[in-house]
Design a binder for this molecule. Structure first.
Ligand code: ADP
Ligand code: MG
Length: 342
């Protein structure tokens, strides 16, 4: 009886304790699995950063800004929202868009009153044979500051640059330090430019950066780390993180993220508080320790009691009491988990 209670009672108390802190495990097995984690991959935008970028620099004329903002209105990317907000602040009139398409990991393309507009990174410009070498120094300056720089081309000609910055979550450096102290390898995964990614990574104390990853490649990158024999958790917020969340041994969704990510994950942390990630790992460790103690006591009573009973030396009332006591001690020990300081 006590053996049967040993694991489920601890898991129940452990998941309850996690939930009280804002960590929602979808099932007990994920709480067990979490203590084995050796590596964590964090998405950049919306996970490490607040995901509320703002335009910091714009170079170009008013027509460029008008076309840029009108084109971005069709995109739901956080970068686009920042550009639209900036144009609104600058009292720009938005124009009707005849055609719009998002090119994942590259940028957008739109047609507005007969003009072709391209907004995006170097890859997008190179794919359309637009030379960017003359603007390289400017781009590098933005990126070294941790800003995301985008190039604007109209009818195949460079017309300006827009740079957007997103701030890191205040508790991100502390959360990453705690993860490292727990012996966990920390990676940053992003579709953004390598230089921008490294600047942000430096601010939060991450030294392993996987940048310029196309949305459809994120899961493959997680798999590569798993193939080194590591148990990997992926933390993300976006629709494009969902496949990676499923691929990882533990998928952790940011509560403020998209529903798709929450649906794909095994764990959700409320409010996007990154400190809850090391906390989840600590709760998992405490739960496993508690299960081991339970098993020790359950086995103890039985291995001592059964042989004695078998040779006829154990009075039935003592055996009955021992059985009840073993279950009580297991449940009491599980409840102790509630008060463990983390
Ligand atoms: P993240 O991992 O940061 O969410 P994405 O894969 O969504 O990155 O985007 C990668 C890059 O593609 C961006 O850094 C940007 O250069 C470009 N990009 C994506 N969407 C847009 C957009 N709406 N407007 C301009 N550029 C964009
Ligand atoms: Mg994201």
């Amino acid at each position: 009886c006590a053996l049967g209670l040993a694991t489920p009672t601890s898991i129940m108390v452990g998941t309850g304790k996690a939930a009280e802190s804002g960590i929602l495990f979808k099932g007990g097995e994920h709480l067990e699995e979490t203590h084995k984690l050796e590596a964590i991959v964090l998405d950049k935008t919306g996970t490490i950063t607040k995901g509320k970028p703002e335009v910091t620099d714009f170079s170009g004329d008013e027509e460029t800004l008008q076309l840029l903002a009108s084109a971005e209105k069709g995109s739901e990317h956080p970068l686009a929202e920042a550009i639209v907000a900036y144009a609104t602040e600058n009292s720009i009139d938005f124009m009707d868009v005849d055609h719009f398409s998002a090119i994942p990991g590259h940028g957008i393309e739109a047609t507005i009153s007969g003009k072709n507009i391209l907004v995006g990174n170097r890859k997008l410009m190179n794919d359309h044979q637009i030379d960017t070498t003359g603007y390289e120094e400017k781009l590098i300056n933005y990126e070294t500051d941790g800003k995301t720089a985008m190039l604007i081309a109209i009818d195949g000609e460079y017309r300006g640059t827009v740079a957007v910055a997103d701030t890191i979550k205040e508790t991100a450096p502390e959360a990453i330090k705690q993860l490292k102290d727990l012996g966990i390898e920390v990676f940053m995964l992003t579709g953004d430019n390598e230089r921008t990614a490294k600047a942000i990574a430096k601010q939060v104390g991450i030294d392993q950066v996987i940048a310029e990853v196309l949305p459809e490649e994120k899961a493959a990158k997680v798999k590569e780390i798993q193939e080194q024999g590591k148990k990997v958790a992926m933390v993300g917020d976006g629709v494009n993180d969902a496949p990676a969340l499923v691929t990882a041994d533990i998928g952790i969704a940011i509560g403020t993220g998209t529903e798709v990510a929450i649906e794909a994950a095994d764990v959700t942390i409320l409010g996007g508080e990154l400190l809850l990630i090391p906390k989840a790992i600590k709760i998992s460790h405490a739960t496993i320790r508690n299960i081991r103690q339970n098993l020790f006591w359950a086995f103890g009573y039985n291995t001592a009691g059964i042989p004695v009973a078998a040779i006829g030396l154990l009075a039935p009332w003592i055996a009955g009491a021992a059985m009840a006591l073993s279950s009580v001690s297991v449940v009491t020990n599980s409840l102790r988990l509630k008060r463990v300081k983390l």
